[in-house]
Design a protein around this ligand. Structure first.
Ligand code: GLV
Ligand code: MG
Length: 314
């Protein structure tokens, strides 16, 4: 995809709650995902499918990326989730999120099923994207193959709660550091997912922070994955949205600096600037690699709607 969709904040909305489905429309999240999986009790799942279809088809989602999380392929619900949602609301759906992906075959199944439904109901084939959640050890071991499994893939998502259970991690607080471990217990997993995603030009998304009243705690966890390069994080409550939007956008000063590096380097390498490949910008030496780093920050800033501070000139 040329310009990736903004996904700084990805709001989870239980498909069983009409109230929350309705409220989500007016919130400032970049993405909403209407959940049929773990936020919906087994007995409520069939009805939730109908709620989700109606919510997608009725009313506006105001430019948000519209996603439905179906149940994973090992459950009795997965195929019917995909069929009912895509047949019922495929034209108003941007991506299907597949949880607990463990191998490339899981993604291939969803890709083929989407193609069959699109063909049957006359939707453009291949428009609906896939988001894959990595939530256990096997999924992480296979993450490179998973990231390469379909041209529909847009994101690889870390699912920390299921992952902690899968590893037998001795903690119940999702995303928090552990007092007995001197580093960040999630660092390897996050980095592994990030590298696999970037190998295929996919976005990397951090999962939920369950202490929804602790916005400072959310911010602290989000800052860690944002620092690595993650594009966004799940939000479970409206109170987490502003923190996510701010954390996954560059700071204004970094954005200004990035645009300044791009301008200065463009000038330095031009005829007018003397065709120089390495120049000083203030106290910093910049070269082609600096330009590449600046492009990343500038693109994230532009996607987040930042504009350049007028006092900063090349
Ligand atoms: C999300 O699905 C998680 O398990 O953290
Ligand atoms: Mg999960």
């Amino acid at each position: 995809m040329e310009t990736p969709r903004p996904r700084r904040s990805c709001l989870a909305v239980p498909g069983s709650s009409l109230k929350m489905l309705d409220k989500a429309r007016g919130l400032a999240a970049d993405q909403v995902f209407l959940d049929l999986e773990d936020a919906v009790a087994p007995l409520a799942k069939p009805e939730a499918r109908g709620n989700v279809v109606a919510a997608l088809n009725e009313g506006s989602w105001d430019g948000k990326t519209r996603v439905v999380r179906v149940n994973d392929v090992t459950t009795p619900w997965a195929y019917r989730d995909v069929i009912e949602v895509v047949e019922g609301a495929g034209a108003n759906l941007d991506c299907v999120m597949l949880p607990k992906v463990q191998s490339a075959e899981h993604v291939a199944w969803l890709d083929l099923t989407l193609t069959q439904i699109e063909t049957a109901v006359g939707l453009p084939v291949g428009r609906i994207g896939i988001e894959a959640q990595i939530e256990n050890a096997r999924g992480l071991v296979n993450v490179d193959d998973i990231a390469a499994a379909s041209p529909r893939l847009e994101t690889i998502i870390f699912g920390p709660a299921d992952f902690m259970a899968s590893l037998n991690m001795r903690s119940l607080t999702v995303g928090a550091l552990h007092p007995d471990y001197p580093g960040d217990p999630y660092h390897y997993i996050l980095m592994r997912i990030l590298v696999a995603a970037r190998t295929r030009d996919l976005q990397a998304i951090d999962g939920p922070y369950l202490q929804i009243r602790d916005v400072d705690g959310f911010r602290e966890v989000a800052r860690r994955s944002a620092a690595l390069g993650f594009d966004g994080k799940w939000v479970l409550h409206p109170g987490q949205i502003d923190a996510a939007n701010a954390t996954y956008a560059p700071a204004q000063a970094d954005y200004d600096r990035a645009e300044q590096i791009l301008d200065s380097y463009r000038h330095a390498t031009s005829d007018a600037g003397g065709r120089v490949g390495a120049v000083m910008l203030g106290d910093e030496m910049i070269d082609e690699a600096s330009r590449k780093m600046a492009l990343v920050i500038a693109a994230k800033g532009r996607a987040a709607g930042l504009s350049r501070t007028p006092t900063v000139s090349p």
